[in-house]
Structures are given as structure tokens and as C-alpha cells.
Design a protein. Structure first.
Length: 305
């Protein structure tokens, strides 16, 4: 598979994931919805790996370290995010997730000894957070419970960045599907324990939306989405992968406009424009295009007599 196809697919999957999470929570509490998603995905992935792909999960001792590094992106990260989502609006969450590239840069400095904080990239990150804030201006007011939830999500974002950078720093990367299965198998007991302790009893009747949401999150959100995420992480710079949480809010707004007919006001449009500009600045697109603009201006300049 081409890397750019995997990159775009991850963005599309993560764009639709919030809706699937909302659906899965209509009949289940968030602990049951999340834990069932991760445990089912781990079991299903292991069955596919062993019975259909005929591969052993652990093939060498170093695999354990890879699996543990990848597992930090699932637990406690996802549990903390789900917990914080109870008091933090989705718009505020997207703004907080916008700090992911900053934490990636911080952990890259610590683990990879790579300083990604050039002036242009710092400016791009600041502009990206401002753009996200404008896109979600109506949701930025939160109470004291929301503050605790936001701090929890910031912590989860930092751990997720640590997981990505740590995995990128390890030699001899594992094939993406086996990496995904191994990471989920590592955290499955933790999710089972959380489910047993904090989960509510299963409802007598489970709605169609909840079943659909859980199934989608297992197949697309977990098995496919994280396999492709690990694939992209293997083939791209970690700073490029860090842009995914910045792109998905723009895609989500476009999806809502195209499918649900949601109105995009001028402030939200301005925020999306600022965010796209920030992404272009972060990826040096503007710097790459500027010489071309200069050449075109010189070509259009009339010759001196």
C-alpha cells in the first residue's frame, strides 16, 4: 500500500470515530463501550494473526518492548480520554489534541535527540491551536469539572506522543498488523480489570446504534485504523504523523457540512483557514512554493528598455 493512501485512510477513519463513539455510548457506559471495543479487537486480531495469517505473535524477545511501547497509546491513554470526554466538549478536546505535535517534538528531543522546534514550526503550532480555537469558539467555556477533564486529556496526549516517539526510536520495527495486535493483547487484561471494577451492568436491551458503533470501532477504528497508523509511523517522520490530530477536525467539519448540512459560519471558516495555513507552514509547503512565486514574478516583470 502507498503511504499516502494509508495516511489519508487514517485521517478518514479518525474523522468518523467521534460519531461512532457517541453511538456506542447510547446503550453502554463509557467504560463498557471502550473496554468491550479493545478486548474484542484484541481477541479478533489475535485470531486473524494465528489462524489466517499463520504468524506467531511473539517472534523474538525484542517484540515485547515494541508491544509495550505501542500499548501506551491504548492504555491508559484511551481510558483517560474517554473519562475526560464526559465533561469536556468535543471542540475543546480537538484544541487539546492540537498540542500533540508539541509533545511529539518534546519527546523527540528527549528520546531521539532531534530538535524540531524551529521558529517556523513553533509559529505553525501556535497558529494551529488558534485555528482550532476559532473553529470551536462556542465550546471553549468549561466548568471546574471540565478543567480536570482537560488536564486528563492533556496528560493522555503527552503519553500518546511518548508512545509514538518511543516506538519510532526502536530498531527493527514490527509489521504493522502484528504490532497492533501485540499492543492490544498487552493492554487487554488492563481493560478487562477496569471493566470489571468500574463498568456498569449490561443493559437488558442494547440499541442498534450501540452495536453498530462498537462494531465499527472494533473493525475500522481499532483493527484497520491502528494498523495503518503503525504503518504510517514506520514509513514517515514522527513529526509528519503528529499532524493527523490537526487535520481531522477540518475533515470532521467538512463531513458535517456535506452529510448533515451543517452551517459553517465565518468564524469557523476563518479558523479552518488559519489551521490549513499553519499545516502548510509546518510542513514547509510555503517555503517550497515561495521560490516558484518569485520566479513567476520575475518572469512577469517587464524587461527594462
Amino acid at each position: 500500500m502507498q503511504v499516502y493512501i494509508a495516511f489519508i485512510t487514517v485521517i478518514l477513519i479518525w474523522t468518523t470515530t467521534p460519531l461512532a463513539i457517541h453511538w456506542s455510548n447510547t446503550s453502554f457506559d463509557f467504560v463498557t463501550a471502550l473496554s468491550s471495543r479493545m478486548v474484542i479487537a484484541a481477541v479478533l486480531g489475535f485470531v486473524i494473526l494465528r489462524l489466517f495469517m499463520r504468524q506467531r505473535l511473539v517472534q523474538k524477545r525484542s517484540d515485547y518492548l515494541h508491544f509495550f511501547a505501542g500499548s501506551l497509546g491504548f492504555f491508559p491513554t484511551m481510558f483517560v480520554v474517554y473519562w475526560g470526554a464526559q465533561t469536556v466538549p468535543s471542540g475543546v478536546m480537538s484544541v487539546v489534541f492540537g498540542s500533540f505535535p508539541f509533545f511529539v517534538g518534546l519527546w523527540s528531543l528527549v528520546l531521539l535527540k532531534q530538535n524540531t522546534f524551529t521558529p517556523s514550526k513553533v509559529m505553525a503550532l501556535v497558529l494551529a491551536v488558534i485555528g482550532l480555537g476559532l473553529m470551536n469558539l462556542g465550546q471553549l467555556r468549561i466548568g471546574i469539572d471540565g478543567v480536570w477533564g482537560m488536564l486528563a486529556i492533556i496528560s493522555a496526549t503527552s503519553v500518546w506522543a511518548l508512545s509514538s516517539v518511543w516506538l519510532k526510536s526502536l530498531p527493527n520495527p514490527i509489521k504493522p498488523f502484528r504490532q497492533m495486535v501485540g499492543s492490544m493483547v498487552v493492554v487487554a487484561p488492563a481493560f478487562l480489570a477496569v471493566w470489571a471494577i468500574f463498568g456498569e451492568p449490561l443493559p437488558a436491551e442494547v440499541g442498534f446504534k450501540s452495536v453498530t458503533g462498537v462494531v465499527y470501532l472494533v473493525i475500522a477504528g481499532s483493527l484497520l485504523g491502528y494498523t495503518l497508523f503503525f504503518y504510517v509511523l514506520t514509513h514517515c517522520r514522527v513529526t509528519t504523523v503528529a499532524l493527523i490530530p490537526l487535520i481531522t477536525p477540518v475533515m470532521a467539519i467538512a463531513l458535517g457540512w456535506a452529510v448533515e448540512g451543517e452551517v459553517i459560519g465565518p468564524i469557523k471558516f476563518a479558523g479552518a483557514t488559519v489551521l490549513l495555513f499553519a499545516l502548510a507552514l509546518y510542513q514547509n509547503v510555503l517555503q517550497a512554493l515561495w521560490p516558484l512565486v518569485g520566479v513567476r514574478l520575475r518572469l512577469r516583470r517587464p524587461a527594462s528598455s
